[in-house]
Design a binder for this molecule. Structure first.
Ligand SMILES: Nc1nc2c(c(=O)[nH]1)N[C@H]1C(S)=C(S)[C@@H](COP(=O)(O)O)O[C@H]1N2
Ligand SMILES: [Mo]
Length: 173
């Protein structure tokens, strides 16, 4: 009885420790870390990430021209890598048949939204890397771009370069 109670406490401490580590709560004085991105909707593992959690995802760079016409190097996380952490795999094996009915809504803090079909984000379908960027030319994004913005290379217009991204929602009709 005593033994199992002790094990229970250890498990509880481990869980709380894990949660605090994930929230980035280092000292008793620090407030809970701010969620910068949530992934919701029809994904196996909905998730919320703070800036630290986002920074731990695999990173890539994309060189392309922004709306101002200037080439820049954008750094961040490929959309398919974010979705994989939420349990949604866009590999050739997974993204076939009924999986092709799903879409992604990228939502911004100002209410702006844009839709992507999953094959647009899948390395199995396209070499174009759609990025959720947090840096341009080595510096954090600034001004009205928010913490995260969409980088969608190769489009003639920049309407889907959503600024201030706060939520990715996977849906299906
Ligand atoms: N959150 C948010 N993102 C947005 C918009 C918006 O109104 N809100 N406008 C879009 C449009 S229509 C364009 S052309 C580009 C402009 O990008 P820029 O801010 O780098 O010039 O942002 C896109 N992203
Ligand atoms: Mo636009």
């Amino acid at each position: 009885m005593r033994g199992s109670a002790a094990v229970g406490w250890l498990a509880a401490i481990a869980v709380v420790g894990g949660l605090m580590a994930r929230a980035g709560a280092g000292s008793p004085n620090s407030s809970p870390a701010e969620v910068v991105l949530s992934v919701t909707g029809k994904v196996p593992k909905p998730l919320s990430l703070d800036a630290e959690g986002f920074a731990r995802l695999p990173r890539q760079t994309v060189r392309t021209a922004g709306h101002d016409g200037k080439e820049a190097v954008f750094e961040g996380v490929a959309l398919h890598d974010v979705l994989r952490v939420a349990g949604l795999s866009l590999t050739a094996d997974e993204l076939r048949g009924p999986a092709l009915e799903y879409y992604l809504v990228v939502e911004a803090a100002d209410g702006y939204r844009a839709v992507f079909a999953l094959p647009e984000l899948s390395p199995a379908f396209t070499d174009r890397v759609v990025l959720l960027a947090d840096r341009r030319d080595g510096k954090p994004l600034e001004g009205n771009e928010g913490h995260l913005r969409m980088i969608v290379p190769g489009e003639k217009r920049h309407g889907r370069w959503v600024r201030q991204v706060v939520r990715l929602k996977v849906g299906r009709d």
